[in-house]
Design a protein around this ligand. Sequence first.
Ligand code: CA
Length: 415
Amino acid sequence: MVQAARWLGLSPDHVFGLAALPYGSYTAAHHAEEYRVGVAIGDRVLDLTSATGRLMPARAHLFAAGGLDDFLAAGDLAWAQVRESLTAWLSEDQFRPAIEDLLVPAAAVSLRLPFAVADYVDFYASENHAANGGRMFRPGAEPLPPNWKHLPIGYHGRAGSVVVSGTPVRRPCGQSRPPGADAPVFGPSTRLDFEAELGFVVGARSHRGEPVPVSRFPEHVFGVCLVNDWSARDIQFWETVPLGPFLGKSFATTVSPWVLPLAALQHARIRPPSAAASLLGYLTETAAWGLDIDFEIRLNGAVISRPPYATMYWSPAQMLAHLTVNGAAVRPGDLYASGTVSGPEPSQRGSLMELSWNGTEPLGLPDGTSRTWLQDGDEVTISATAPGADGVRIGLGSATGVILPAVMESPAGRD
Ligand code: CA
């Protein structure tokens, strides 16, 4: 395995070591707040916009705008060449004079939404999460819907509500019907929740009318980020039958600022549980694109769950094949999320709804308080790591958000 250059002073167990190299977009005071593309290395950020200008002029235009959009669209050859070059620059002493002044302390930059989110789809790929929902809301019935093991269920979400980690989340107002009530009421959500998910970032476009087979997943998907699909359960449950999630989900979706390329996840690949199933041809996968990623969820700093992504039934290659099988095209900046990651154990559940069993089993916190749903001021942080080469761990960073109190507004408008 190639080692980071010694002059970088990088700890060998840093999760942003040479094996990770995630991409983001930032501003910094010393660049007069211009947008830059950065690559995380240890506790620093390499200014890739400037570095490619010096060392890789043929690719520099991909980073000139300061976001990942042009790089995503450039396709897998460009992705591989840039990663190979980055690895050389950060491992070979000869490049030190060219890049040393382009390394900025991570604490000195403001990370932005790394790409313009085009379409956003959210799947439902965890068997444990889907079955927990069935047990809570359809007791006595089969926990999984009849289609669940035949296709990755999903819905189209709201791309314009995707925000970068650190953006506060305002408690939404909406319509819901309290338990036992005959009529709905309007007001701030009283059942606010999080969902810990993995997001897949599409780079190269596909063409309308041409489904993307499972085998071509790595040509189209550039990398992964962490996703918090904030959910107002009271609004969601009143509105969701028969057409699915709408306003209970669309007020905010938080993503991590770093996009970790698929190339960094080669050592995390496993066969997903669906590999043992008999599926329709377009969902049958021979390459293993299940991912062994360990999630951690913190509420106000305390770890409340450790969901294992390895248990996810459907792979992201199957999700992409299903998303496009009707001829729908994907384009650069499309984001699709896995659905809540929940493992089989109670300590591995990826939402407060499951951790508190729909509010019936309050979750105790180390500060002596307990939660059934999120309170104003609560901070939720999702982080994750995965195996890299030679036993190292690589990081996906984190996605965090604080709940702000609702601003009450009547449905009739301001007056
Ligand atoms: Ca979700």
